[in-house]
Design a binder for this molecule. Structure first.
Ligand SMILES: Nc1ncnc2c1ncn2[C@@H]1O[C@H](COP(=O)(O)OP(=O)(O)O)[C@@H](O)[C@H]1O
Ligand SMILES: N[C@@H](CCOP(=O)(O)O)C(=O)O
Length: 320
């Protein structure tokens, strides 16, 4: 996260009174992430994560995100479980923001995952898709083609900082991929994570120990989720496809892809690259002064968009 909303110890203590927990001890801001404000909250005998939902996370969708996490944790997937206060509510308010308290997950995200880690992450993603199959609520993808177009329109004047031809190049990709996306298809859909990056997957002793950050979760193509994961687990400075192949192999051991899904992967790689280029470029162009936020590099996804478009990224390999 970042710390967009600062909370005093008194505010956190008051917030905790609504829950059946032991007394508040202390809290600490967390500097990772880019969307929401997160704090470690320590009571006298346990620890939790307090998340304040900032403006980019749509407030109306918070009950859906919390329900996804409730469902997955009830179905054996290690995700933050929202705590319900004495009045039954998990969605509350603190510091003027909607907020929720979560169980703390052991483990850490890997700064430089290897291909075997990607394989394990792929297996865990397929298990998540399977566990989510019984979840009945749906949500359209807020980062789908309509959002690409809106983001593009907003950032277009600033895009030439990445190269003179980039405004037109991204405009063309947005149009072309949006059209391809809306073509009729019978690809399997379901609840997807939609941001399955290495920083959202915790490992402990070489195994996946937890999956966090469900604030882009939505109903969309399962193979698109896999494409986001396969793309984002490649080292940022290297587009060698070993990690992506391992991710797809690991995934397929739990949920084998249909032929149609295999055929759709190149489109999904391009779409995933465009989606993350657009949001990273947006955050880069519209930096928020005074927040402790790490801006993620848009160039990585511009490069991957080009590589996916030109099929020079190795996706054409038969093992895919
Ligand atoms: N349930 C949790 N257990 C342990 N750590 C967590 C948990 N939720 C969040 N974190 C920590 O907070 C950081 C930021 O969370 P994240 O959901 O990625 O924020 P953002 O939505 O701002 O991107 C994570 O990298 C992790 O260190
Ligand atoms: N994963 C995305 C941005 C969202 O960040 P997260 O901290 O919520 O995973 C990116 O890398 O662009």
């Amino acid at each position: 996260m970042a710390v967009f909303t600062h909370l005093t110890a008194e505010a956190v203590r008051d917030f905790l009174y609504a829950y059946d927990l032991s007394p508040f001890a202390r809290h600490e801001g967390i500097a990772a992430g880019v969307e929401n404000t997160n704090y470690h909250v320590f009571t006298e005998d346990d620890r939790y994560i307090l998340t304040l939902f900032e403006r980019r996370t749509p407030t109306a969708d918070l009950p859906y995100f919390l329900a996804v996490m409730d469902h997955l944790s009830a179905h054996g997937i290690s995700v933050p479980r929202p705590l319900h206060a004495r009045d039954g509510r998990s969605l509350r308010e603190v510091g003027g923001r909607p907020a929720a308290l979560f169980t703390f997950l052991e483990g850490r995200d890997l700064k430089a995952p290897d291909a075997e880690n990607a394989r394990a992450a792929g297996t865990a993603l397929a298990a998540l898709h399977r566990a989510a199959a019984g979840f009945e609520q749906t949500r359209p993808n807020g980062m789908g083609p309509r959002a690409w177009q809106a983001l593009y329109d907003k950032i277009r004047p600033g895009l030439d900082r990445y190269g003179e031809s980039v405004p037109n190049e991204i405009g063309e990709a947005t149009r072309r991929l949006s059209e391809a996306w809306s073509a009729p298809s019978s690809l399997p859909t379901g609840t997807i994570h939609a941001d399955y990056f290495p920083d959202n997957v915790f490992f402990s002793r070489g195994k996946v120990s937890g999956i966090i950050d469900f604030y882009f979760a939505c109903t969309d193509y399962l193979a698109y989720d896999l494409a986001i994961a396969a793309l984002s687990w490649m080292p940022e400075d290297d587009d060698a496809p070993a990690h992506a192949r391992a991710m797809i192999d690991g995934y397929s051991t739990v949920r084998p892809l249909t032929e149609e899904e295999h055929a759709a992967l190149p489109l999904f790689f391009e779409a995933a690259a465009l989606r993350f280029f657009l949001t990273r470029a947006h955050d880069d162009i519209f930096r928020t002064e005074g927040s402790v936020v790490t801006i993620k590099d848009p160039h990585v996804y511009l490069r991957r968009l080009r590589a996916a478009r030109n099929a020079t990224i190795g996706w054409e390999d038969e093992s895919l």
